[in-house]
Design a protein around this ligand. Structure first.
Ligand code: AMP
Ligand code: GLY
Length: 426
């Protein structure tokens, strides 16, 4: 099979690396890709947010058998629907199912309607009414812009002043554009042991009939050590989640995963693809923080390396709604991904800095913002690359990853030194 993966980042490189191991995959393509994807796939220079351009490319390339739409934006505009209408086989939800991520108001109403445990919330399209509600509820309180905002449209406000400013920023100043036309205001959940709480990402394959959780992972969203600094797209991940147990898996499967799949079916929005559950362990059990309609980034970088089953078999089983027939197996042990970012990220940063790579042992470099310029590997984004290491446990994998990090250089390299340390005591 010839397979094309849509997207430019670390997640897409990680998906391609997993597909490269498939016995059934002959040639890989990536639209548009980066310097890492170019090493194992043919990068295709087409803007994947331009539906007509993608369709033209697909029509001209009948040799491509399968499309994986990985990022949220093309899913939200219905790229899967368009490709399927041309008779192409795809991995990823259709537009009406991708709304589970693209609209936080929709996701919230779904959870409320089907009694899926989540923070108590109300949705507003009026600034005045929203302000009244915030003042009534008081702080701490969480504000979420309804639409896609590069993972930055969520404000956890510790006091009322912050909440009032945040509300103005989202709804009046439109800091996140039209994503802020509607706002979800919710109760601030606290963790069972830690504040602000233990979070875990559970990605699941689903074909609308069966839902199969992958191994768990944990993300580090803040830019600096000890969860200080601004929110980012993710500075590192590790797998598995240390507080995860079989009992939690059962609870989450029964109270969250299965009900979500069934709810989407009942709404006529059958979800096929990878459904991402961002969860928090609270004193009232596991609750949904967010849904994503796709593989997480950088969760994918630590989950897929542990997959023993052929990823292409899983993708096709999802497309053909035969997931129930497949046994999905995982390696034992742990995996850690340390992201190396350009200094300044998530705000302004320089590009075009040369990257040199020394001895990285058996670690894998997963490229995110990289390019080749004048034959040299250079930085080309905020998150530049992820260093992925496996080990018998998180501590072993962590040590390996950081050893490799010391041998990768570019100007103003920034990374967290505490990836995998989270919840260590828990
Ligand atoms: P999201 O983009 O929805 O994942 O939100 C980003 C981060 O904000 C989450 O990873 C949580 O740490 C935090 N957060 C979101 N919603 C809540 C909530 N209701 N209570 C506490 N923290 C939250
Ligand atoms: N790592 C969080 C996300 O993919 O949205």
């Amino acid at each position: 099979m010839n397979v094309l993966v849509i997207g430019n980042g670390g997640r897409e490189h990680a998906i391609l690396l997993a597909l490269k191991k498939s016995k059934r995959v002959e040639k890989l393509y990536c639209m548009k890709g980066n310097a890492g994807t170019a090493q194992i796939a043919e990068n295709v220079d087409v803007d994947y947010m331009n539906t007509e351009a993608v369709k033209k490319f697909a029509a001209e390339h009948p040799e491509i058998d399968y499309y994986v739409v990985a990022p949220d934006d093309p899913l939200a505009i219905g790229l899967v629907d368009e490709l399927e209408a041309m008779g192409k086989r795809c991995f990823g939800p259709r537009k009406n199912a991708a709304e589970i991520e693209a609209s936080k108001a929709f996701a919230k109403s779904l959870m409320q309607k089907y009694n899926i445990p989540t923070a108590e919330a109300q949705t507003f399209d009026s600034y005045d009414k929203a302000l009244e509600y915030v003042r009534k509820k008081g702080a701490p309180i969480v504000l979420k812009a309804d639409g896609l905002a590069l993972g930055k449209g969520v404000l956890v406000c510790e006091d009322l002043k912050q909440a009032e400013e945040g509300l103005k920023e989202i709804m009046l100043d439109k800091s996140f554009g039209k994503a802020g036309n509607v706002i979800v205001i919710e109760e601030c959940m606290r963790g069972l042991k830690y504040t602000p709480g233990e979070e875990v990402s559970v990605l699941a394959f689903t074909d609308g009939k069966t839902i199969v959780p992958m191994i768990t992972s944990c993300d580090h969203k803040r830019a600096n050590d000890k969860d200080k600094g601004l929110n980012t797209g993710g500075m590192g991940t590790f797998s598995p989640c240390p507080f995860w147990t079989e009992e939690l898996e059962k609870e989450v499967y029964e109270s969250i995963m299965l009900p979500t799949m069934n709810a989407m079916n009942a709404e006529g929005r059958t979800f096929k693809g990878c459904l991402y559950f961002g969860l928090m362990r609270t004193d009232k059990g596991m609750k949904v923080v967010e849904y994503n309609s796709r593989f997480g980034d950088p969760e994918t970088q630590v989950v897929l390396p542990m997959l023993k089953t052929d990823l292409m078999d899983i993708f096709e089983a999802v497309t053909d709604e035969k997931l129930a027939d497949l046994k999905i197996e995982w390696e034992d042990g742990a995996c850690v991904c340390v992201v190396l970012a350009s200094g300044g990220y998530p705000l302004g940063y320089a590009k075009g800095k040369e990257i040199t790579v020394g001895d990285i042992g058996d670690c894998q470099i997963v490229h995110a913002g990289t390019a080749v310029k004048d034959g040299k590997l250079v930085t080309n984004g905020g998150r530049v690359l992820g260093v992925v290491a496996k080990g018998k446990d998180i501590e072993t994998a962590r040590k390996k990853a950081y050893k490799a990090v010391d041998n990768i250089h570019f100007d103003n390299k920034h990374y967290r030194t505490d990836i995998g340390v989270k919840y260590r005591q828990g």
